[in-house]
Design a protein around this ligand. Structure first.
Ligand code: NAD
Ligand code: UGA
Length: 461
């Protein structure tokens, strides 16, 4: 039971990029609820208890500090948390399977299943279980089977409540979500549980933004939303390749098509490729599910989104090599940014990993700079053979370099002193702007040969 001073006890299993921020927001907005976040990773929990949080996310520390110690608690006592909680969110990782059937595509559900079994073992009364992790459609059925295989007479009601936050803007997304989606069974207990969850979010989310559906629609909507977002990026990236051949400018094209209100402006920035822990994993999972249902054409359609992304990453490095006189061997290349997007230290599936590997295969000397992601970059590249340096300061990274490649759209890269950078580099000096964030004309005037994505190159030779 929740401590007497609290109305309800909410537990979240999994203190990662989703579990930590979502629970911090619930705790900050609902002081009447006790919110406990547990994890098997003791170091992570320790970091959540400190001011040096395990993830970098603008505004997160302030929200955590608002509630931590008051009604927000981080702990490794998973069983105790399960016993205490009325509602349990499961927010463990669901990566792509790397072994056995479905390897490379299906979701690896082992962490999630272990969590379900811990819940059954430790619980001693009825509970609401909320799927927060992104899961294959119809996972709730399997979850129910595991949970109901208990001889304690306990009823677990399973809800689906996928998370739509994006990293770097997690706090804003949680505070003012476009929508909160809650899927439930249409049974009496299902609807009762659904209403309990609606009541939690209604503490700060307008009612018309809290939408409900059946469980399967909710599970599938999460995979479909990520697939649609990634599809927009692959669509504009495919057009960027054509722009480079035809002297069309992809920023003008995306502006022109985005002004059609049916298409909309957002998520049309051509780039070196999309990264992040979820787009690729969720699309491949969707592909796997379609194949399981015999929908091979549908599977091929979604698979092509991932293929175009790989093509875009590869194309970026090929352009670098080609324009730098067909060799980057022994050339110092400064990578500006390693995180998969700005305002996060997360590097999971970052295009920078792929670009670095390809440059190292070409025997380039790679220098990586990033304001938040160097520690993760070191870990990602620990096994790589070749010449890699890590520099916090972008000026030091660029000094003596033959080329700069902008891989993350950090604001700080827009305002650097590029004259100073140009003067410190080998000549001819190249800039490959994988995010189209720099003032290309100005850089060209400073002496750089500039290669944007999907826009005419500005060369000095
Ligand atoms: P993460 O890897 O950052 O965190 C998951 C945590 O779960 C880890 O700290 C891990 O130690 C813990 N864990 C694993 N097994 C456990 C167990 N048996 N008991 C207790 N803790 C356990 O992952 P994440 O990025 O937070 O993603 C979690 C889920 O949310 C995934 O399904 C993901 O697809 C989805 N999602 C992620 C994002 C995002 O921006 N990262 C956004 C929306 C949805
Ligand atoms: C994405 C979704 O936006 C979230 O709604 C979802 O909850 C989350 O995945 C998830 O399920 O994990 P996230 O990956 O954190 O969020 O970040 P995005 O802003 O979606 O960016 C993903 C990648 O696409 C980044 O590498 C970004 O640089 C790239 N991108 C984005 C582009 O290349 N062009 C764009 O126009 C937009």
């Amino acid at each position: 039971m929740a401590d007497k001073s609290f109305e309800k006890c909410i537990l979240c299993i999994g203190a990662g990029y989703v579990g930590g921020p979502t629970m911090a927001m619930i705790a900050a907005k609902c002081p009447r609820y006790e919110v406990i976040v547990v994890d098997i990773n003791a170091r992570r929990i320790e970091a959540w208890q400190s001011d040096n949080l395990p993830i970098y996310e603008p505004g997160l520390l302030e929200v955590v500090k608002q509630a931590r110690g008051r009604n927000l608690f981080f702990s490794t006592e998973i069983n105790e948390g399960i016993r205490k909680a009325d509602i349990i969110f499961v927010s463990v990782n669901t990566p792509t399977k790397t072994f056995g059937e479905g390897a490379g595509r299906a979701a690896d559900l082992q962490y999630w299943e272990k969590t379900a079994r811990s819940i059954v073992a430790a619980a001693d009364r009825d509970k609401i279980i909320v799927e927060k992790s992104t899961l294959p459609v119809r996972t709730a059925r399997a979850l129910e089977r595991i949970l109901s295989a208990n001889d304690k007479g306990i009823h677990f009601e399973v809800l689906s409540n996928p998370e739509f936050l994006a990293e770097g803007t997690a706090i804003k997304d949680l505070e003012k979500p476009d929508r909160v989606l809650i899927g439930s069974q249409e049974t009496e207990s299902g609807l009762r549980a659904r209403n309990e969850l609606v009541d939690i979010y209604a503490n700060w989310v307008p009612r018309d933004r809290i939408i409900t559906s059946n469980v399967w629609s909710s599970e599938l909507s999460k995979l479909a939303a990520n697939a649609f977002l990634a599809q927009r990026i692959s669509s504009i990236n495919s057009i960027s390749a054509l722009c480079e051949r035809t002297s069309a400018d992809v920023t003008e094209v995306s502006n022109a098509i985005g002004m059609d209100t049916r298409i909309g402006k957002r998520f049309l920035n051509a780039s070196v490729g999309f990264g992040g822990s979820c787009f690729k994993k969720d699309i491949l999972n969707l592909v796997y599910i379609c194949e399981n249902y015999g929908l091979h054409e549908v599977a091929r359609y979604w698979e092509s989104i991932v293929r175009i992304n790989e093509y875009q990453e590869e194309r970026f490095v090929r352009t670098m090599t080609r324009v730098m006189f067909n060799t980057v061997a022994d050339k110092r290349i400064a990578l500006f940014g390693f995180a998969f997007k700005k305002d996060t230290g997360d590097t999971r599936e970052s295009p920078a990993i792929y670009v670095t590997r390809m440059l190292l295969a070409e025997r380039a000397r790679v220098v990586i700079t990033d304001p938040e992601a160097l520690e993760n970059a070191r870990r990602d590249l620990a096994e790589e053979k070749g010449d890699v340096l890590y520099e916090q300061d972008p000026y030091s990274a660029a000094a003596g370099a033959h080329a700069i490649a902008v891989l993350t759209e950090w604001d700080l890269y827009r305002t650097l002193d590029y004259k100073r950078i140009y003067d410190s580099m080998e000549k001819p000096a190249f800039i490959f702007d994988g995010r189209n964030i720099l003032d290309h004309q100005k850089l060209h005037e400073l002496g750089f040969s500039v290669f944007p994505i999907g826009r005419p190159a500005l060369k000095h030779f």
